[in-house]
Design a protein around this ligand. Structure first.
Ligand code: ZN
Length: 404
C-alpha cells in the first residue's frame, strides 16, 4: 500500500524553536517517537482521544512516507491520583491501574489508533529510574533531603527553553512548594513512600519516582538517549517536558534530547477544557455508543492539531462522514471495480496537505474532492484511479470509507 517517498518534504512545527522546520530523522529511514500516555485512574476521554488519534496519524503518515516508525506510548501507573481513586473504589492501587490500562488499550484499538508499537507501563522501569537519579546525584545535579531527591535546576541553564520563559517569568511560577528545596524550580525525582501507592526500595529509602523521570527511563531504554519526536498535550510543556529535557540532557550530555516537540491543543466542552479533575468529560466508551470510530476520527482530524476545538462540532463531523461514505459508494459504482493505478495528482495534493505540518483538515478536503471527482469522472478508469488514491489517503488517516 505504501510508497517510498524519502527524503520527504514534510515540515513540522517544533515547540522548542517555535518554528516550522523540515523533518529529518536522526537515523535515515527510521523514526523514534514517543507520546505521554494517560494516568490510568479512569476511562479514556475525548480529550485524550484527540491527542492519540493525532499521533496515530503522524505515525501512519511517516510510515506512508517510507520511514520505519517505532512509536512508544507510556502508561503512567504510578501516581497519587491512582491512589486516591483506588481508595474511593476500595481497590488496590496497582490492580486499579492495571484494570484501567487494559481499558485504555482496548479503547485505543476501538478508535483504530493502532500504530503504537508498544504501550509501556512506567512501573516496569523503576530500576532504571533509580539508576538515573543516582547518576544525577553523582553528577552534582540532584540532591537528597529527608527521603526526597530533587533535581537542582540551577545546574541546567537551558531550563525554560522549551516553554520559552525567561528566568524572571520562571521565578513567578515556582514548582512543588517546599522548604526542603534549594531553588524554587527544583522538582522531585524521588519521593518518600507516604505519597503514592508504589513502594520501591532505593538508596534514599522506600518511595516512588517523581513524574518527570518516568518517561526518561522508558524512552532511554526503548528509543535510546536521543530520538526524533515527542508528543503530548499542550499543557504538558511546562513543567513536565521542560523537566524531561533537563533530566535527559544532564544525564547524557547529548543535545537535543528530542528533535521535534509536537503538542496538541485542547478539546473543550461547553467552552471549558475537558478534564477529569473538573468532571467536564465525555469518555470514549460513551462517545462510541453514539458515534463510530470513523466519525470520531473525522471530527478530530477536521481541526488542525494546533488549534483548540469544541465538542459542539461533533454532529456535523459525523454527518460529513456519512455523506462521504455515500459518495464513496457512488464512486465505487462509477469505477465498476477496483483500480490498481492511483491518481498521482490527487495523492500529490494529499501529501502537500500532510507535509504542511500535518494539515489534516485540508487532507480531508482533498479526500472529499477526490470522491466528488470520482463520482463525476468521464470514464470508469478515471473514477477507479481517483478512488485508488482516496483509498490510500483514507488508510493514512485511518478513516474507512467502505472502499477497501
Ligand atoms: Zn509524560
Amino acid at each position: 500500500m505504501f510508497h517510498y517517498l524519502l527524503p520527504s518534504r514534510l515540515v513540522v512545527f517544533n515547540t522548542l524553536t517555535r518554528k516550522t522546520e523540515p523533518f529529518r530523522s536522526l537515523r535515515r529511514g527510521q523514526v523514534g517517537m514517543f507520546a505521554c500516555g494517560p494516568t490510568v485512574q479512569g476511562y479514556m476521554h475525548l480529550g485524550h482521544a484527540r491527542t492519540y488519534i493525532f499521533y496515530d496519524v503522524v505515525a501512519r503518515y511517516l510510515t506512508y512516507l517510507g520511514y520505519r516508525v517505532h512509536f512508544v506510548l507510556n502508561i503512567t501507573d504510578v501516581d497519587e491520583r491512582i491512589t486516591d481513586e483506588a481508595r474511593r473504589q476500595g481497590k488496590a492501587p496497582l490492580a486499579l491501574a492495571r484494570e484501567y490500562s487494559r481499558y485504555f488499550v482496548e479503547d485505543m484499538a476501538k478508535l483504530k489508533a493502532d500504530s503504537v508499537c508498544r504501550f509501556e507501563p512506567v512501573s516496569t522501569h523503576v530500576d532504571q529510574m533509580i539508576e538515573q537519579v543516582s547518576l544525577l546525584i553523582k553528577k552534582g545535579q540532584a540532591y537528597v533531603v529527608g527521603g526526597w531527591v530533587y533535581f537542582d535546576v540551577s545546574t541546567f541553564p537551558d531550563f525554560g527553553r522549551l516553554s520559552h520563559q525567561s528566568s524572571r517569568e520562571l521565578s513567578l511560577r515556582p514548582l512543588e512548594l517546599s522548604l526542603r528545596k534549594r531553588n524554587l524550580l527544583d522538582f522531585a525525582l524521588w519521593r518518600p513512600e507516604i505519597l503514592v501507592q508504589g513502594k520501591w526500595d532505593s538508596p534514599w529509602g522506600r518511595g516512588s519516582p517523581g513524574w518527570h523521570i518516568q518517561d526518561i527511563a522508558v524512552t532511554t531504554s526503548l528509543l535510546g538517549p536521543q530520538y526524533d519526536l515527542h508528543g503530548g498535550a499542550y499543557e504538558l510543556i511546562y513543567p513536565h517536558h521542560e523537566a524531561e529535557i533537563a533530566e535527559a540532557e544532564s544525564l547524557t550530555g547529548l543535545k537535543p534530547f528530542v528533535r521535534y516537540w509536537v503538542h496538541t491543543r485542547l478539546v473543550n466542552m461547553r467552552g471549558e477544557k475537558m478534564s477529569k479533575s473538573t468532571g467536564n468529560v465525555v469518555t470514549v466508551r460513551d462517545a462510541l455508543r453514539t458515534y463510530s470510530a470513523d466519525q470520531l476520527r473525522m471530527f478530530f482530524l477536521g481541526r488542525h492539531y494546533r488549534k483548540d476545538m469544541d465538542l459542539r462540532g461533533i454532529d456535523s463531523a459525523a454527518r460529513r462522514f456519512t455523506r462521504l461514505r455515500g459518495m464513496a459508494e457512488k464512486a465505487l459504482r462509477a469505477a465498476g471495480g477496483a483500480s490498481k493505478e492511483s491518481d498521482e495528482e490527487l495523492l500529490g495534493d494529499f501529501r502537500d496537505a500532510m507535509n504542511d505540518d500535518f494539515n489534516t483538515p485540508l487532507a480531508l478536503r482533498v479526500l472529499g474532492e477526490g470522491l466528488a471527482s470520482a463520482v463525476n469522472a468521464r470514464s470508469a478508469v478515471a473514477a477507479g484511479c481517483k478512488l485508488a488514491s482516496v483509498r490510500t489517503a483514507g488508510k493514512v488517516l485511518g478513516v474507512d470509507l467502505g472502499i477497501g
